[in-house]
Design a protein around this ligand. Sequence first.
Ligand SMILES: [Zn+2]
Length: 471
Amino acid sequence: MFLDHAMKKAEDFNEWYNEIVEKANLTDKRYPIKGMNVWTPYGWKMMQAIDSHIREEFDATNHQEVCFPLLIPEDQFAKEKEHIKGFDTEVFWVTHAGLNPLDVKLLLRPTSETAMYPMFAIWVRSHADLPLKAYQIVNTFRYETKQTRAFIRVREIHFFEAHTCHADFDDAERQVREDYEIMARLGKKWCIPYRLLKRTDWDKFPGASYTVGIDTVLPSGRSLQLGSIHQYRDNFSKPYDIMYEDEKGEHRYVHQTTYGMSERLLGAVVAIHGDDKGLVLPPDIATNQVVIVPVLAKGHSEKVTAAAKELYAEIRSSGVKIHLDDKDVRPGVKYYDWELKGVPLRLELGMKDIEKEKVTFVRRDTGVKSLHDRKHAVKEVKDMLSLISREMLGRAMKDMEANIVSVESLDTLPEKMLRAGWCGSEECGHEIEARSNRNILGTPIDGEEWKGACVICGKSTKTVVYLANAM
Ligand SMILES: [Zn+2]
């Protein structure tokens, strides 16, 4: 079962991505609805690891996990005008109950603002109820019209969404900044670099005051949006009537934010770190962080097996996720299989290692082999896993920066993420998109230093925009 010659990441990234997802068995696309894939055990385990990191972060920042119904009545959905317009072409409708048409049509949530906010209007009474910080991890449904792709462009989406209500705009702004900090910690864990880019007014989330996209660049030079953070101000609280009584007894509308991410995070991990041999998993996401492969020799099998079991037990009890592969198969076949599955660290243990009281480590990310003292194995494994994690992030950041280039004109553009000067006018913005044949992702939220001219009108400007083609 050797990989096709066709599977070369550098030559055909999209094809490589599809193949790697299939060969590593992360999802099964054969379910008879396009864009609705089956999570297989290996892929689901990884998604669960990502979800557990998200839960840890949001629980630690005083968010409460909730779970809302999947169906939303049409009249609730229609309350915020921009919002319904934005999702018009994407929603799935439920029109019948049995044989009878429903009085009020129901839709499958594409996102849960309109499910949650009528309830928030009941829950929020006084300033003592604020801030209200809720999140859920559920599936959402959007009728994707572009070509579907596992984890990246699907119609049933494994989705995370946080929704918050605040006494005023400033407190909602504090929430947005907390969201940035949460993302920084998560990105580090997942070894995913990204940029926070404030979307243009014509590209913000339907109903939002402003939207910040969390964008990464894939090795193909195309961008992938990992999530988004929205400031709603009182755009939703007015139509949904979410009000509280302040200290003076006056009734005020809450200010709201949301933070959304999805299974694309797993797609990004696959796309950014994988290579021609298969997946390369960050240690924090890997189902098995370490695999032990005993190298059996004639006459010594029992001794090697016993030593491998002992090593396995010792490392496992330290909390490292480890697997002992004692199947009766040649080591080379096992190496190949675990490399395809992306296990960060392989330990080889043969008679020679045992005699010298050593263990051989082989890193998945670099392929580098090293010898380590058996008696310090637990510490050495842990140190190695954190080194792998740091270096994977470091390389991914370097690769991303290499895929971002600044341009002064829009003639002959490379397939990369581009930085260009923009005067800020909507007219020039549209012209930038038309001439470059790319989307404007937005302006960096931390105000990157930039001095230059608008690529369209030539006016001098301190504003830089990022442009890219999305994967
Ligand atoms: Zn301009």
